[in-house]
Design a protein around this ligand. Structure first.
Ligand SMILES: [Cu+2]
Length: 163
């Protein structure tokens, strides 16, 4: 049995040389990983320098996603907490206004009206992580993700590009 598994792995590795990857996957999501129930796995980190480790995430419209956000920093949550908030599409001025309102609303730092938010984590402290399962927007376009902790929104954001 063990030899059989080794053989399968061996075939897979050989095939990978020609097929770029084991177990399928289209060119569009080259290297993407999926959960057993078919959710695309996306990992995002936030750090003590007020940065996400990714500025752009490309997904397919309606694609099932599993986004895990990690606060990899060491600073206390009270001074360097982070969340990951995915916003509906809107003008920059509306987005800025909503983010400013959110930053005033301790301790969750979310706007009172959540209709502009597709999905969000809680504010996470050092070493904490949270996993969200949701489907990518069905409407192609560019969706901003950001941290709404006070003072972070200006630089701690990126785009989810839905194709
Ligand atoms: Cu932050």
């Amino acid at each position: 049995m063990k030899n059989q598994i080794k053989l399968i792995i061996g075939i897979c590795v050989s095939a990978a040389v020609f097929l770029v990857g084991c177990g399928g996957g289209s060119d569009a999501d080259n290297g993407a990983e999926y959960t057993d129930d078919g959710r695309r796995i996306i990992e995002v980190q936030g750090n003590d320098q007020m940065r996400f480790n990714v500025s752009e995430i490309r997904v397919e419209a309606g694609q099932p996603l599993q986004v895990t956000f990690h606060n990899v920093g060491r600073m206390p949550k009270e001074s360097m907490g982070h969340n990951w908030v995915l916003f509906e599409q809107m003008s920059d001025s509306d987005l800025n206004r909503i983010a400013m309102e959110a930053a005033r609303r301790s301790p969750d730092y979310l706007p009172e009206d959540r209709s502009s938010i597709i999905v969000h984590t809680e504010i996470l402290g050092p070493g904490e992580s949270e996993t969200l399962e949701f489907d990518a927007p069905s409407e192609p376009g560019t969706y901003v993700f950001a941290c709404t902790f006070p003072g972070h929104f200006a630089i701690m954001k990126g785009n989810m590009i839905v194709e």
